[in-house]
Write a protein that binds this ligand. Structure first.
Ligand code: FAD
Ligand code: FMN
Ligand code: SF4
Length: 668
């Protein structure tokens, strides 16, 4: 497919943007004192150079009570000059248009960061912060409207091309809009006309300050996905009024932090929420941006061609690959580092109060210090293992000019990532392998698959450097009955090597591997999404019958773990949806349950209430992994520098494997 629509220019008010690609606001936690830190600037500079059309910097605070010091602020004139210098530089260096998102967090703000109780339309506690905000007085309302207006004025003075007001995501304006969080009885609460009043007054006030010619937009939730909250219909109604109040564009995202539907995780199908943009586009005349999981250029191009939106947002896709727009434009598709929606480096970090990084792009947040440069001394490098650690190491070493050979004992590259991708909703993890494999091939890494690297081969080949990236293997436990044929390992199940899985399955170990294996086993026998759609499309059965086919594969599955919290090693943004899926599939989760013995047809467990027998015709062991690092110990170095990386050093995550591969190769 030719990417024609993606690279068509568009004009918003008087602002002409070179293509249809928007980088939406993303909180990064790269500052501690409301300023544009050098780390923050390096991050944005790299993205502006990567070819994005409209880069929306932010969120940026309009006041202190509704923010955190970890985001830049525009609530004082003192912030204008330093930002202005940076925007001038960006305009000189690139032809990206630079926007800013103005944010007031409402009840999502936290007093632990600001020292002030957050304010909101009503005193409704927030699940995110577990705090009860103060109900805003009319004076507060006037003050915040003015703060938005002053923030916008400073943004214009700082040289931004575009101002976006955040009116969705469960933040302050969104809280006014929703009957869930707005219980007011004055002119700002009650019927929707009243609930819209605050947002519309903010828009009008900002318009007065920025002038009629300045490009100004809002970001809304296309559907709150909150029990009793706004659907796409009310959202579209607000957008029609916002257009009348003076906005020139509408950026449609998904729901709130408290939404009951996953919004941006790997299990959300690409383009799933495009229909929300369409619902709004049908009601307004100004350009509409679609958002969430549109990172695949084909999906993005199709979204634009469908007419559902005028621009598409690439948030995390530009974290993973700042050069994505340029690569797509030049047809360098094999070089793309595709975001897999895992949230591990970005959103989960943010939710835990840490700086944003990326599992696949170890340079995120370290742009200024991690450029790959040509090495002065070229070395002969062997890499043992084609998992993420070995592949990243090999790639970066080769890009640094070294002579690199990677050995992988299996036929396919990827190591454990192939197991990760086997679980339902995680297929996209295979993009990690595909992308590294493609980039290694382009850079000229020599790849020897189906070849185990031995100490003898190292001693004969005499490389200057040996990177041992041989990964991990499952831990074996000693429990009576463990050697019986119906006891299998989770890795083998994920690897499709267990043809006979019984009807009563007990999984021992409730961390990510155990829970994801449970989901895989539970999904055996349910209808596929394609079949589900087919049956529904043709009304083959009534809806409830078809839905039941999605949720039951006819097995009784129990996951036991000695610990209290299941899936504890899964990121915050993903864990709840994994647990939700397990519940939907009828999987029983039994924390604080210790395996004692496995008999021919049951597992015997110890619980707080004493010993118990759980019927089981298949027992799957998922109790963790241990490093495989024999090669590092066996090699008689004889001048070869031996580096152990990834799970071979200590079993962890892809994030650590890739970062370690990158960092060690950079130092060669
Ligand atoms: C079920 C499951 C789910 C997971 N889910 C996640 C997740 O959601 N997110 C996450 O970040 N991490 C997850 N992980 C962990 C993640 O997959 C690992 O941390 C990561 O793959 C480690 O990468 P690595 O390159 O160090 O090792 P591996 O991926 O294990 O790769 C090592 C490779 O080395 C090869 N090898 C070994 N010895 C030799 C030799 N002598 N010569 C040649 N080749 C050799 C092996 O065949 C293998 O391909 C999961 C793991 C599992 C098992
Ligand atoms: C780390 C992170 C921080 C975010 N912060 C904001 C924010 O402050 N304001 C906002 O409107 N959206 C925010 N978002 C949502 C993104 O703008 C975007 O809508 C979301 O990531 C989905 O798009 P994507 O799949 O292209 O990443 C954030 C997302 C991430 C991953
Ligand atoms: S950490 Fe995962 S979701 Fe976040 S940008 Fe990187 S690949 Fe995408």
């Amino acid at each position: 497919m030719k990417f024609t629509k993606l690279f068509e220019p568009i004009t918003i008010n008087h602002l002409t943007i070179k293509n249809r690609i928007v980088m939406p606001a993303m909180a990064l936690v790269y500052t501690e004192d409301y300023t544009f830190s050098s780390r923050f600037k390096a991050f944005y500079r790299e993205r502006a150079k990567g070819g994005v059309g409209l880069m929306i910097i932010g969120p940026v605070a309009i006041d202190k009570v509704g923010s955190t010091p970890f985001m830049p602020g525009l609530f004082d004139d003192k912030y204008i000059a330093p930002i202005h210098d940076f925007i001038i530089e960006l305009h000189k260096e690139t032809n990206a248009k630079i926007g800013i998102q103005l944010m007031q967090m409402g009840r999502y703000a936290s007093s632990s960061y600001t020292g002030m109780t957050p304010i909101a339309p009503s005193a409704m506690p927030s699940k995110l912060t577990r705090e009860v905000p103060l109900e805003m007085t009319i004076d507060d309302i006037e003050e915040i409207k003015e703060a938005f207006a002053q923030g916008a004025r400073r943004a214009v003075e700082a040289g931004f091309d575009y101002v976006e007001i955040l009116a969705g995501g469960g933040y302050l304006i969104g809280e006014f809009l929703s009957p869930v969080t707005n219980l007011r009885t004055d002119e700002y609460g009650g019927p929707i006309e009243n609930r819209m009043r605050f947002g519309l007054e903010v828009i009008k006030k900002v318009r007065q300050v920025v002038g009629k010619d300045f490009a100004m937009g809002i970001r809304v939730s296309g559907h709150d996905f909150m029990e009793g909250g706004h659907t796409n219909i009310e959202s579209a109604l607000f957008c029609t009024e916002a257009e009348k109040a003076g906005v020139n564009s509408i950026n449609v995202t998904g729901g709130w932090h408290e939404s009951y539907i996953p919004q941006i995780t790997t299990n959300v199908p690409p383009g799933a929420f495009l229909y929300l943009a369409r619902g709004i586009k049908e009601k307004v005349r100004v350009p509409v941006f679609a958002s969430n999981r549109l990172g695949d250029p084909l999906v993005a191009e199709r979204a634009l061609r469908s007419g559902a939106a005028d621009m598409i947002c690439w948030g995390r896709p530009l974290l993973a690959d700042p050069e994505l727009p340029n690569k797509v434009k030049k047809g360098r598709l094999d070089e793309i580092v595709s975001c897999i929606g895992c949230n591990q480096g970005c959103f989960d970090q943010l939710l835990s109060g840490f700086s944003v990084c990326c599992v696949l792009n170890p340079r995120v947040g370290r742009e200024a210090d991690t450029e790959i440069k040509e090495a002065r001394v070229k070395k002969k490098v062997y890499v043992a293992g084609g998992g993420p650690a070995g592949m990243e190491f090999a790639l970066v070493a080769k890009q640094g000019g070294h002579d690199v050979t990677l050995y992988e004992k299996e036929e396919r590259l990827g190591g454990q990532v192939n197991l990760v991708a086997a679980s339902p909703g995680k297929k996209e993890f295979l993009n990690v392998v595909k992308s590294l494999q493609n980039r290694m091939a382009i850079s000229g890494v020599k790849i020897k698959s189906k070849t185990t690297l031995t100490s003898k081969m190292v001693e004969e080949g005499r490389p200057d450097v040996l990177a041992v990236a041989s990964g991990a293997r499952p831990i074996e436990i000693k429990v009576p009955g463990i050697t019986q044929p119906h006891v299998v390992n989770a890795w083998d199940v994920l690897n499709d090597m267990v043809p006979d899985i019984g009807k009563q399955v007990v999984i021992v170990g409730g961390s990510a591997t155990g829970c994801e294996t449970a989901l895989l086993v539970a999904s055996l026998g349910v209808v596929s999404p394609e079949t589900f759609t087919f049956l529904l499309y043709h009304s083959a059965e009534d809806f409830d019958r078809i839905r039941a086919l999605l949720h039951s594969g006819g097995r009784k599955i129990t996951v036991i773990d000695i610990l209290e919290r299941m899936a504890d090693n899964v990121g915050l943004s993903t864990r709840w949806s994994l647990i939700k899926s397990l519940r939907l599939m009828g999987v029983e989760l039994r924390p604080k349950t210790k395996l004692v013995e496995i008999t021919r047809d049951a597992v015997i467990v110890d619980t707080e209430l004493g010993k118990e027998s759980i019927p089981a015709d298949t027992v799957i062991i998922a109790v963790g992994s241990r490093s495989v690092d024999d090669l590092a110990r066996e090699v008689n170095s004889g001048g070869t520098e031996v580096i152990t990386i990834g799970d071979a050093k200590e079993p962890r995550k892809i994030t650590d494997a890739i970062r370690e591969g990158f960092d060690t190769a950079l130092k060669l």
